[in-house]
Design a binder for this molecule. Structure first.
Ligand code: LMR
Length: 400
């Protein structure tokens, strides 16, 4: 009865890892998925995470009972504080409801399903380009997806004019997806001044901001700095949705730890929204898992562990910046045609190289370098030892 089922293609990002795993070459390099690697090319578990896990393990009072539908209360409070700021009036006035979800994806999905049920506008505008999973998440949640211009391939920077025009002509009340920082895949963010213009435009048209915060701490190396865009929108007392992920900044990828916060106008609305979010979550995954969120809560509530985390986070961000510099220098040394300054200008985990899908295919075939077909490179997967191999491949791809 299932013989009609067709074989689905691999996921455009996670499928890159599948192909990489099948390649027997000793020089193969996985620059597809945005996952941090050490200089030795190994996945990293932060020391502070190990320490938190040890503490949890030693605590014999801990049990494996179900969590409440909204997850761990401490985790939720601390997550809202992390993104909105410790002194956020919205938190003090109890106008924020936060629910623990399955990393960024799960938080976006829960927020989107809530909007599809309870918000009068069903259209969400997402940047062009954006993370490949975004349109799928929102469509399946029941929203209709449109795009706004974001990236200008000629400058390899922000198409700010296009962005303002497109949001300016979006129907009033539309939802707008914004990457809080370190835009994926382009590595191009608006300046604070541009964010302010975006905020003014959106508020004047009653467009509803839905922030995806997957890289807090990875753009500037500072958690507060990377939350500026979100905090600007919260400071004006308007509504705002924020999806947070701890996959990258705490390296908790597979633990699936995230949070959805809804900033409301009043405490009363916030508690009613929370009651409805529970109705979204219960039939979706019932209640969230304990382990990852316990690690996060342990670290966020202890000032020493928090400090240790920020140091380890900064070290990851700095290593990526150093990879940018090394790759840029390596291409310059080779005299590779083109202006590669965007490699050092773009921020976060990725470089949006401008290489086309044919060139990417060539690099995979001839150099065993795995990356997404849109030319995005995960700089976090690169090390001093592998930069020259990548530079050779890029050079060959653009000069052939
Ligand atoms: C990425 O863009 O590589 C990450 O967000 C991982 C993922 O789930 O796609």
């Amino acid at each position: 009865i299932f013989s009609h089922v067709v074989l689905a293609p691999e996921d455009p990002i996670l499928g890159v890892t599948v192909a990489y795993n099948k390649d027997p070459s000793p020089v193969k390099l996985n620059l597809g998925v945005g996952a941090y690697r050490t200089e030795e090319g190994k996945p990293l578990v932060l020391n502070v995470v190990r320490k938190a896990e040890q503490m949890l393990l030693n605590d014999r009072a801990r049990v494996k009972e179900y969590l409440p539908i909204v997850g761990i209360a401490d985790f939720n409070k601390l997550s809202a504080k992390l993104i909105l700021g410790a002194d956020s009036p919205a938190i003090q006035e109890n106008r924020v409801t936060t629910v623990q979800c399955l990393s960024g994806t799960g938080s976006l999905r829960v927020g989107a399903e809530f909007m599809a049920r309870h918000y009068h506008q069903k259209t969400i505008y997402i940047p062009q380009p954006t993370w490949g999973n975004h349109p799928k998440i929102f469509t399946l949640a029941g929203l209709s997806v449109k795009t706004y211009r974001y990236y200008d391939p000629t400058t390899r920077g922000l198409n700010f004019q296009g962005l303002l025009e497109d949001l300016g002509s979006a129907p009033s009340g539309s939802i707008v997806l914004l990457h809080a920082c370190a835009h994926n895949p382009t590595g191009v963010d608006p300046t604070l001044q541009q964010w302010e213009q975006i905020r003014q435009l959106m508020r004047s048209k009653a467009l509803l901001p839905f922030f995806d915060s997957a890289y807090q701490g990875f753009a500037s190396g500072s958690l507060d700095q990377d939350a500026q865009s979100v905090r600007m929108f919260v400071a004006d007392s308007g509504e705002c949705f924020v999806a947070q992920s701890y996959a990258k900044n705490m390296g908790l990828y597979g633990e699936r730890v995230g949070a959805l916060s809804v900033v409301c106008k009043t405490a009363d609305v916030a508690s009613r929204i929370e009651s409805q979010l529970k109705l979204v979550i219960r039939p979706m995954f019932s209640n969230p898992p304990i382990h990852g969120a316990s690690i996060v809560a342990t670290i966020l509530k202890d000032s020493n562990m928090f400090r240790e985390w920020t140091i380890e986070l900064k070290a990851m961000a700095d290593r990526i910046i150093s990879m940018r510099k090394q790759l840029f220098d390596a291409l310059r040394t080779r005299g590779t045609p083109g202006d590669w300054s965007h490699i050092i200008k773009q921020i976060g985990m990725f470089t949006f190289t401008g290489l086309n899908s044919k060139q990417v295919e060539f690099m995979t075939r001839e150099y065993n370098i795995y990356m997404t077909s849109d030319g995005r490179i995960s700089m976090a997967g690169l090390s001093s030892k592998t930069v020259s191999h990548l530079a050779d491949a890029i050079h060959a791809a653009v000069t052939r």
